[in-house]
Structures are given as structure tokens and as C-alpha cells.
Design a binder for this molecule. Structure first.
Ligand code: FES
Length: 249
């Protein structure tokens, strides 16, 4: 059974681009599109809520609000009237990250409209990743670039916040800039990565890799099960990545 086929036989009516279709009641909007005969040549990528390609807006009868979501993650509802947003024009600055300062002033120079946030919070309400978008915009103005980089890490750049902002802000690009500034200018250099790269480049693991290549899959699985990480997880002593990172810095 493919994505576009339904397990349920109960059909409901939805309106895609204002045209009515009978589709199974338990499918996602993306599956409903395909059930109705549409083929995606854009507006579809991962089908798993990660790539941000499938933004949709819709209305439910009786609710005056425009709702937003990801077509691959949002289930259809009876009488839903919907359309996809295949592209949304945004103000996108170009820059050389090496030449930038990690400051609010620098970000405002590239995106001056940022200070025009009206505080309506529509951006946060439209975010399918539950990012507190308006709060992150405020944090940029307060100079907390590291906090924004951390809190916006799950942004998939679906453009829904930008499409709903009455002030024309493009938060996804501000957050991307913050994460770049953080990675390039604020975060301390990692200790372990360069060391491991130089070990690999010096050929330290060649013999072991050659040996692993000769093993059958079950032997490889057994080795994996016996790794220290596995044992730590089994013992409940596994450290999360952030904890390990903090210890290394
Ligand atoms: S197709 Fe990638 S988020 Fe929906």
C-alpha cells in the first residue's frame, strides 16, 4: 500500500484549491492530495516533518481562523478548505559570515525590519515545530544570540511564520543567521573533532576498518552491541550529548 492509499473506507469531503474531493478520513493532507489525483513536483520532500517543504494553510467551517501546518503531518478534517504554499517570497540577506560580528546591531543591519515586530505572536501560533518564534525575535533584540541559536534549532524553514507575519518579518532567516553566528563566532572550538580527524587522516583506524569489512553482518551487530556506548545505555549511565559536550569544554 502506498502513501496515497487509505486504509479506511470512510470518505470525507475536503476542498483543495477550492475544489471538492472525497478522500479517506484518516489520511494526511499530503495523502489526500495524492488520493485526489495530484502529483507533487514541489512542495514535498521528506514526508516526515523535517524538510519544511509542504506548508499548508486551511480553514475549518465554523472557525474564522486560518490554520497552518505541514501537509505530511496534518490529518484531514471534514469540509477542510486548504491549499499549499509552494513558495513564499522573503527578504533574504546575503553575507560573509566570517566578516560579521555576533551582535544585535549586526543582525539589524542585515534585517532592519526585525525591530518592527508588533508582538502579535501570530508567528508562534503558526509554527508547526512549536518554536516560540516571537520570543526568539525578542531575544535577538536583547542580544541573546546563543539562546536563539539553541531555541530555534528545530526550525525547518517552512516559511509559515513569515507568511503570517503582518509586519513582513522573516524569522526563519534571522534564526538561521543566529545559528551561523553562534557556530562561527561564539561557540568554543570543539576539542575532540579535530583530534579524531587527525587520527583518521594518519591512518590509525585503517587496519580495524579493513578487518570490519571482512565480517558478516551478524558479527558486526555483535560488535556493536558490545560497544561501550551500548553498555552505558544498558546500565543507565549513558550521558546525553549536551552533557558530554559540556564536559569537553
Ligand atoms: S514533506 Fe518534509 S516536512 Fe512535509
Amino acid at each position: 500500500m502506498t502513501d496515497s492509499q487509505a486504509e479506511s473506507t470512510d470518505l470525507i469531503t475536503v476542498y483543495i484549491n477550492n475544489k471538492g474531493y472525497r478522500v479517506p478520513e484518516d489520511v494526511t493532507i499530503m495523502q489526500a492530495y495524492e488520493y485526489a489525483g495530484y502529483q507533487f513536483t514541489r512542495g514535498c520532500g521528506c514526508r516526515g516533518g523535517v524538510c519544511g517543504a509542504c506548508s499548508v494553510v486551511y480553514r475549518i467551517p465554523g472557525n474564522e481562523k486560518i490554520e497552518t501546518g505541514l501537509a505530511c503531518q496534518t490529518l484531514v478534517q471534514p469540509e477542510m478548505c486548504l491549499t499549499q504554499i509552494p513558495f513564499f517570497p522573503e527578504n533574504k540577506a546575503t553575507y560573509d559570515i566570517d566578516q560579521l560580528e555576533p551582535t544585535t546591531e549586526q543582525i539589524l543591519e542585515l534585517y532592519p525590519e526585525l525591530s518592527k515586530c508588533m508582538g502579535c505572536n501570530t508567528c508562534t501560533k503558526s509554527c508547526p515545530m512549536d518554536i516560540d518564534v516571537m520570543e526568539c525575535v525578542s531575544e535577538i533584540l536583547r542580544g541573546n544570540i546563543e539562546k536563539v541559536a539553541d531555541r530555534s534549532i528545530s526550525c525547518i524553514m517552512c516559511k509559515l511564520c513569515a507568511s503570517r507575519c503582518p509586519a513582513g518579518l522573516t524569522p526563519d532567516y534571522y534564526f538561521l543567521l543566529c545559528r551561523r553566528l553562534y557556530g562561527r563566532h561564539i561557540m568554543k572550538p570543539l576539542v575532540n573533532v579535530p583530534r579524531r580527524i587527525s587520527e583518521i587522516e594518519s591512518g590509525e583506524y585503517e587496519a580495524e576498518l579493513d578487518r570490519l569489512m571482512t565480517l558478516d553482518p551478524e558479527d558486526l551487530r555483535q560488535i556493536y552491541r558490545e560497544t561501550q556506548l551500548d553498555k552505558q545505555e544498558y546500565d543507565g549511565t549513558h550521558k546525553d550529548q549536551k552533557e558530554m559536550w559540556n564536559e569537553n569544554h
